[in-house]
Design a protein around this ligand. Structure first.
Ligand SMILES: [Zn+2]
Length: 190
């Protein structure tokens, strides 16, 4: 009898676990995608046939080699931690589906679904493609700020603040010069 009760108990527990997993599936299928889903499924925004590098393939070049590879503005932002004039980047108004990659090394950093209008004049994102960035603390404006850089090539991209929109509350404030946009469909690019 005890065994039978135990068996029934296990059956009930198993059933309730199935119900719970169904509820989770229903929640993730909601129209508003979770941050977790945006991060996991970032490759759905990558254009067909476009090959992108992995964060685990580091790029190490000398200053002179970077100077040859980048234009002067890109070099200043990416390699000398410069900041572009707010409102100067055409990517502020980029709303097509696609991927924002590092202008230095091509590593995918953000998707169009992670972008939001912050009103600051810099392309802004509330989350990133997982593992894309490393962080440091800088004191250039006296108060500490969190600087972030491409994990693959070390290129400086911007600063992350905690006054972003829900659900992350993060604002990744990125220099447009440091980004290269890859539209999902080449047709939309024309
Ligand atoms: Zn890079």
């Amino acid at each position: 009898m005890t065994r039978r009760n135990l068996f029934l108990g296990m059956l009930a527990a198993g059933f309730s676990a199935i119900c719970r997993s169904r509820a989770v599936t229903a929640a993730t299928a909601a129209p508003i995608k979770s941050v977790d889903a945006l991060q996991k499924n970032w490759q759905t925004l990558l254009a067909d046939g476009v090959k992108v590098p992995l964060p685990t393939e580091p790029v190490k070049l000398s200053k002179e080699e970077w100077r040859k590879r980048l234009n002067p503005e890109q070099f200043h932002i990416l390699r000398e931690e410069g900041t572009e004039q707010p409102g100067s980047s055409p990517l502020n108004n980029e709303k097509r589906p696609g991927i924002f990659a590092c202008a230095g090394c091509g590593l995918p950093l953000f998707t169009s679904e992670m972008k939001f209008e912050s009103g600051t004049g810099w392309p802004s994102f509330f989350t990133t493609i997982p593992g894309a960035f490393g962080k440091t603390t800088d004191y250039k404006l006296i108060l500490p700020r969190t600087e972030y850089h491409c994990i693959r090539c070390g290129g400086h991209h911007g600063h992350v603040f905690d006054d972003g929109p829900k659900p992350t509350g993060q604002r990744w404030c990125n220099n447009g010069v440091a980004l290269r946009f890859i539209p999902k469909t080449t047709k939309a690019a024309t």
